[in-house]
Design a protein around this ligand. Structure first.
Ligand SMILES: Cc1cc2nc3c(=O)[nH]c(=O)nc-3n(C[C@H](O)[C@H](O)[C@H](O)COP(=O)(O)O)c2cc1C
Length: 272
């Protein structure tokens, strides 16, 4: 076993049981068909030594956090009241989130998977949704952009804390058309349009001054009507699975899952 510096992942000779699992994993299309996917994945408990030794002492803060509890009692999610199509259910909940004036109702966590099968998350803003999927805009050369170029499967999650609601969406990601990205880019304030030129998103920069200088350079170069940078645009997640979670009393939460079966949405209740 050793740490493969080139790949940044722990490599080990497969044990007999790992070989068996590996063999059966290979038969699963979602694993074998993912380009760049490697089976050199750690199990729980594997891994290099931790940077600091665990002393067993729990801080006061940790204890306080462990005792934080909230009872969820605001609403219910019932089969008889929910929509039969997940997009309509999402539309209804988004409408209610807007009406309730929750902070940043269109903020969602986007999870992608890197080349070594390592997940990463960040928050992005949904800028549109319809039968085709959910759209956000970003830098195509960013970490998320590079991860999506290698593996188009992604997951999204909204957490509307005040409404005690979560929506999860999973599916395959595609780029929106250049026309769609152009139209959205043109609708942005000028400083945001210039910012898309100024920020090499996710790259290491030596200081904040670099950004400020880049922004001034972009303003001088592109003026008041900048074109959309080729490295900036929209992605659309095409949903294959949705889940709507409504917090309930005594941890007996409501969870309705929708998955595609023979081209139709199948709604199922999941245990909380
Ligand atoms: C509320 C909120 C909204 C954000 N919206 C976006 C967005 O729409 N697009 C985007 O590229 N980054 C957005 N960000 C920044 C991202 O979370 C992230 O820092 C950035 O996209 C770089 O991620 P990456 O290095 O994983 O690619 C947002 C951050 C917050 C806190």
């Amino acid at each position: 076993m050793g740490f493969d510096e080139g790949k940044g992942c722990l490599k080990r000779e497969p044990s007999a049981s790992a070989r068996t699992v590996g063999a059966s994993l290979k038969a699963l299309p979602q694993v074998a068909d993912t380009p760049g996917y490697t089976l050199a994945q750690p199990r729980i408990g594997d891994g290099p030594p931790r940077p600091t030794a665990y002393t067993g002492a729990m801080s006061k803060l940790s204890e306080d956090i462990a005792h934080l509890r909230k009872s969820y009692e605001r609403a219910e999610l019932d089969e008889s009241q929910s929509q039969s199509a997940p997009l309509q259910q999402f539309d209804q909940w988004m409408t209610e989130a807007l009406a309730a004036q929750v902070p940043e109702p269109n903020a969602m966590t986007l999870a992608t998977v890197g080349p070594q099968g390592r997940p990463s998350t960040r928050i992005v803003l949904v800028k549109g949704y319809d039968e085709r999927g959910l759209v956000w805009y970003t830098n195509y050369d960013s970490r998320k952009g590079r991860e999506l170029a290698d593996n188009a499967f992604a997951a999204l999650q909204f957490h509307w804390v005040e409404l005690e609601r979560v929506v999860r969406v999973e599916g395959r990601v595609e780029k929106v058309s250049a026309e769609e990205s152009d139209a959205y880019y043109r609708s942005r304030p000028l400083d945001s349009r210039l910012g898309a030129w100024a920020s090499p998103q996710s790259q290491v920069i030596s200081s904040r001054a670099v950004l400020v200088a880049n922004a001034a350079k972009a303003a001088a170069q592109h003026g008041l009507n900048p074109d959309r940078p080729p490295h900036w645009g929209g992605y659309r997640l095409v949903p294959e699975q949705w889940e709507f979670w409504q917090g309930r009393k005594s941890r007996l939460h409501d969870r309705l899952s929708y998955r595609l079966q023979d081209g139709a949405w199948l709604r199922e209740r999941l245990a909380p």
